[in-house]
Design a protein around this ligand. Structure first.
Ligand SMILES: Cc1ncc(COP(=O)(O)O)c(C=O)c1O
Length: 394
């Protein structure tokens, strides 16, 4: 696998001390993942605990307005509210097989932290979640959810006190406790083998969706669309479709406020190649390689980097990466909620926004499948002032 390169992107740009646990993880992927008993246990967890398989849902009202068929892959219906649980159950089970009783994870908003805490509770493991001190303050109810599930939440006060710093702290913890602890990384980024490991656990989304579209509509979709933060829900949907040359694949980055400058989370569109968190990928950085602060209204997309496979797929042109602004995502959030009765996560709303804003580029009668990566219940406090500027009673 050439140390996990996707074209020129990927690799293992880590301190020497991280090499032993990364090598051990590569070995475990080779030895444990293919075992039938591992696959059976993972299947049971995904289907009986997390609620797979998730349906694909046709959107009759929006399809009529748009002139093409809009379908949603419903990862929002999963236990804990998003696709993240596909990966955390896989990694937690793998850690158990490796004889590691503890998990460490990072989280920005909460989805990955809660999904890791739930997997740890289910499998009887210890769990520590590092979270930027700023995010701990912003996400108090979610911190409560993680603590209820038995996780220890550690606030990180260094740097910008957000996700980037939480990842650094989790990596340091892993170096210290590598004998007993697995780092349950939350997205398809970071040093090899995480981009591959997370992609393989999330590809269940695309495998199911491919079969379901064939069963329900008789053919593959013309477009598949997903929001890209670190890139796990998107690569999970995209990967099983990459060889289908007629399927157009669209990743959607967060354009943030849409103003020029650094108020965005769109490293593929607006960044340049560089190294962060153990990988060479596209990043938001200044001319001296200093990481620029990212911004998105959706905490799950608020990351200055992206997984290396996406950087590669953008470079080859197989996947097109568009953008949606905070305001477009809010508009899409409102539209999907009102027209179809489905409240999307703000992250997923970026993918919906791309579709709503590219009506002219999508042929009439086309089939468009959007990955609804999570549900919007967690976003009520953020959307409230935008959707009810005069108060909810009005
Ligand atoms: C619902 C939801 N969608 C998407 C994302 C973005 O992550 P990724 O790009 O790894 O799918 C997150 C991250 O927390 C999320 O919670």
């Amino acid at each position: 696998m050439n140390k996990g390169y996707f074209g020129e992107f990927g690799g293992q740009y880590v301190p020497e001390l991280l090499m032993p646990p990364l090598d051990e993880l590569c070995q475990a992927m080779r030895d444990i993942l293919p075992r039938p008993d591992f696959q059976t246990k993972l299947h049971d967890l995904l289907y009986d605990f997390a609620g797979r398989e998730t349906p694909i849902t046709f959107c009759p009202n929006l399809s009529k307005e748009l002139g093409f068929d809009l379908w949603l892959k419903r990862e929002d219906l999963l236990h804990t509210g998003a696709h993240k649980i596909n990966n955390t159950l896989g990694q937690a089970l793998l850690a158990k097989y490796m004889g590691k009783p503890s998990l460490v994870a990072e989280t920005g908003a909460d989805q990955h932290g809660v999904a890791t805490a739930a997997a740890a509770a289910r499998l009887g493991m210890d769990c520590i979640v590092f979270m930027g001190a700023e995010d701990v303050e912003r996400q108090a109810p979610n911190v409560m959810r993680m603590r209820l599930l038995g996780a220890e939440v550690k606030a990180v006060s260094s740097g910008s006190r957000t996700l980037k710093d939480a990842i650094n702290a989790a990596l340091r913890h892993w170096i210290e406790k590598q004998r007993t602890t697995h780092y349950c990384f939350g997205t398809a980024a970071g040093p090899h083998p995480f981009p591959t490991l997370v992609r393989d656990f999330q590809s269940v989304i695309g495998r199911e969706a491919r079969r379901q579209m064939l069963e329900k509509t008789g053919s593959l979709p013309d477009f598949i669309v997903a929001a890209v933060g670190g890139g796990s829900n998107a690569i999970g949907l995209f990967h099983p479709f990459l060889e289908d040359a007629d399927v157009r694949i669209i990743g959607v980055e967060a354009a943030g406020t849409g103003e020029p400058g650094c108020c965005n989370s769109a490293p593929i569109n607006l960044g340049s190649p560089g190294i962060l968190h153990g990988q060479l990928s596209m990043l938001l950085q200044d001319e001296n390689g200093q990481i620029l602060p990212s911004h998105s209204i959706s905490a799950g997309l608020d990351y200055p980097g992206v997984g290396p496979e996406h950087a590669h797929l953008a470079a080859t042109g197989r996947v097109r990466y568009g953008m949606a602004t905070d305001m477009q995502a809010l508009e899409a959030f409102k539209t999907l909620t009102r027209k179809e009765g489905i409240i999307p996560a703000l992250e997923s709303s970026h993918a919906v926004a791309w579709v709503l804003n590219h009506q002219a580029d999508i042929p009439r009668g086309a089939k468009v499948l959007v990955n609804l990566s999570g549900r919007g219940d967690k976003d009520m406090d953020i959307v409230r002032p935008h959707i009810f500027p005069q108060g909810e009673q009005k």
